[in-house]
Write a protein that binds this ligand. Structure first.
Ligand code: NAD
Length: 266
């Protein structure tokens, strides 16, 4: 796989899965714009990528703020001249403290939809004019296996990820004639700070996992639902995305690819 000469924006790219996606693309030659709400972390991660010999810049933006996103995209074009790839990775599991509440609160619904769905649309709309002008582009959206099937514990989050899968299909239909591929990736179980929160919620809300630590919930869930019997890593997600944004995937669009060890067989 070779992405030399390609310019990619990764939102929420400073840490976790987003950082691994950027790293995997940089390892095969892509120039990376690390965008994140955390400005310092953006710069740190961009420096790591630049050390690999590619061009990289940390350009902060909150994906829910259309003005900030507009500035981020304009600065990206100013510095790099084009945008070949957009990875819409920024996401949240709920409003702060969501896991301490048995039932999703109004703020969990609005905050999570604001970042995971509306934020994704705000960034996409800002980038699209540049891709359309170039008559080329690849967009990958971070969904989740939680969007494949509603589960107890965090309906507000599952619903946002189902919306991401649907949004991906709408965009793929709309943008095919502009030679823009739009796909989604559905990560399975990854031990990230987000899963620390999710595990804590299961331990109080689901009798199967009651009283366990977040990590014990995670390990038990792997045993219970993943045929391959192992957890997924941020690097697994990065590998899948490198393929989806490469020329080898030029005839794949509108798909949502599970990277989940076989947890959901659809
Ligand atoms: N961790 C998992 O097990 C898992 C599973 C399935 C899907 N996902 C999805 O993968 C994506 C990344 O998850 P992660 O586990 O790396 O999460 P994370 O919390 O570790 O990282 C998310 C990143 O997004 C940034 N961010 C948050 N809100 C933002 C905003 N409004 N604007 C810009 N940046 C913002 C954060 O600063 C952080 O750097 C998310 O979309 C998540 O829903 C994660």
């Amino acid at each position: 796989m070779d992405l030399s000469g390609h310019v990619a924006i990764v939102t929420g790219g400073a840490t976790g899965i987003g950082r691994a996606i950027g790293m995997k693309m940089a390892e095969v030659g892509a120039d990376i714009i690390v965008s994140d709400i955390d400005s310092d972390a953006c710069q740190r991660t961009a420096s790591e990528f630049a050390a690999l010999g590619v061009r990289s810049a940390g350009i902060p933006a909150n994906v829910t703020d259309p003005d900030a996103v507009g500035r981020m995209v304009a600065e990206s074009i100013g510095q790099f001249g084009k945008i070949d790839v957009l990875v819409n990775n920024a996401g949240v599991a709920g409003a702060p403290g969501w896991y301490d509440h048995a039932v999703s609160r109004e703020e969990d619904w609005s905050f999570t939809f604001g970042v995971n769905v509306k934020g994704m649309a705000i960034v996409t709309e800002a980038v699209l004019p540049h891709m359309k002008e170039a008559h080329a582009g690849k967009i990958v959206n971070l969904a989740s296996v939680a969007g494949r099937q509603g589960r107890p514990t965090f309906p507000h989050y599952s619903a946002t990820k189902a919306a991401v899968i649907n949004y991906t299909q709408s965009l793929a239909n709309e943008l095919g004639r502009d030679n823009i591929n739009v796909n989604a990736v559905c990560p399975g179980l990854l031990w990230t700070p987000m899963w620390g929160e999710v595990g804590a919620k299961y331990a109080v809300n689901d009798p199967t996992y009651e009283g366990l630590s977040a990590r014990e919930v995670f390990d038990k869930m792997i045993e219970n639902i993943i045929p391959l019997g192992r957890e997924q890593t941020p690097e697994d997600i990065g590998d899948a995305i490198v393929f989806l944004v490469s020329d080898d995937a030029k005839n794949i669009t509108g798909q949502s690819l599970n990277v989940d060890g076989g947890a959901f067989l659809n």
